[in-house]
Write a protein that binds this ligand. Structure first.
Ligand SMILES: *[C@@H]1O[C@H](CO)[C@@H](O)[C@H](O)[C@H]1NC(C)=O
Length: 308
């Protein structure tokens, strides 16, 4: 051993041991994942979003497909991050599930405009030229209006420090956009271009939206009424952390990533509203190490949170 004393050598050994330990828990090279039917007609594509470079633990991130009432029109919720491995997997998964000659995505819904939910939009909008793109009116500045989330003033130090690292393409095509207005509503009732009311593939009472501000100003969750499932975006997370250092066996309900959450008080109010939606059976977070959180679990967790 030339030039390395005992001190630096032990630091090096500990460093290698930690790296090996982390690597052993890392799921390995990115793999394609299919859409899985978690509830009848509700399909989830879950793939890793490497928030930090390996060997730090990647974040599971969901995109959803909802099968329309005619069995061949589809509604996509969230488009995933732009990392090549994620988008490669999403493309393969969409092609595989929408394999019939008449299968088509007719509507793309956004829970919110953060990069890990919208960066797949360019190819999706190109591949499905008739699809409309819908999001909440309070999110519009960050989706089509050219604004950045870093222009917002948050209520935590971590958001104020971290917001500068987060840029998003906020110039999505305005002519494709449908703005969902108000606190709670029917998605079909908000679409444009249907003179005779809701389209057959998306009847009234099939899909509702609820404005759940906090993580972002216009954050939405979508309620699939036939199965009483809530597609909850980043209203909360359901992970088995301590990320980035280790994974515990049991996932638990948690706040959404604070670094990207503009109003931490509003988040809790929104979480309580989701838990108390009448008839709700399961709420599915975007960042979920399992497969959804039950209404009972949500109610127990949000019991002490403030009301609206
Ligand atoms: C954050 O949300 C709370 C609860 O909804 C609200 O009273 C407060 O005004 C919000 N803060 C900001 C800075 O918008």
């Amino acid at each position: 051993m030339v030039g390395l004393g005992k001190g630096p050598l032990s630091v090096l050994c500990i460093g290698i041991a930690v790296a090996v330990l982390l690597k052993s828990q890392h799921p390995g090279s990115p793999k394609n994942t299919p859409f899985e039917e978690l509830r009848e007609g509700v399909f989830r594509h879950l793939n890793d979003f490497p928030l930090l470079p390996a060997p730090f633990l990647p974040v599971p991130t969901a995109s959803w497909l909802i099968r329309g009432n005619d069995q061949k029109s589809w509604i996509l919720i969230d488009a995933g991050p732009s990392t090549p491995s994620y988008q490669k997997s999403l493309k393969a998964a969409v092609s595989s599930l929408l394999s019939g000659p008449d299968d088509e995505i007719k509507l793309i819904l956004l829970t919110h405009g953060h990069p890990d939910h919208v960066e797949g939009l360019p190819w999706l909008l190109e591949k499905y030229p008739k699809a409309q793109l819908a999001f909440h009116e309070k999110e519009a500045p960050f989706v089509t209006g050219g604004h950045q989330y870093k222009d917002l003033k948050g209520d935590t130090l971590i958001f104020e420090l971290g917001k500068h690292t987060q840029g998003v393409d906020s110039r999505q095509p305005q002519q494709r956009a449908v703005v969902l207005k108000g606190r709670h509503g029917d998605v079909a009732g908000s679409l444009t271009g249907f003179v005779t009311g809701a389209p057959a593939w998306l009847p009234q009472g099939f899909l509702e939206f609820l404005h759940t501000p906090g993580h972002s100003p216009g954050h939405l969750v979508f309620i699939h009424k036939p199965t009483q499932s809530v597609i909850a975006g980043d209203a909360f997370s359901y992970q088995s952390w301590g990320w980035p250092f280790f994974k515990t066996a049991v996932p638990r309900l948690n706040r959404p990533y604070p670094i990207a959450t503009v109003n931490s008080t509003a988040v809790q109010v929104s979480q309580k509203q989701i838990a108390n939606l009448p008839g709700m059976v399961t709420a599915f977070a975007s960042h979920d190490d399992a497969a959804g959180s039950s209404a009972a679990e949500m109610k127990a967790w949000t019991g002490s949170f403030p009301d609206a």
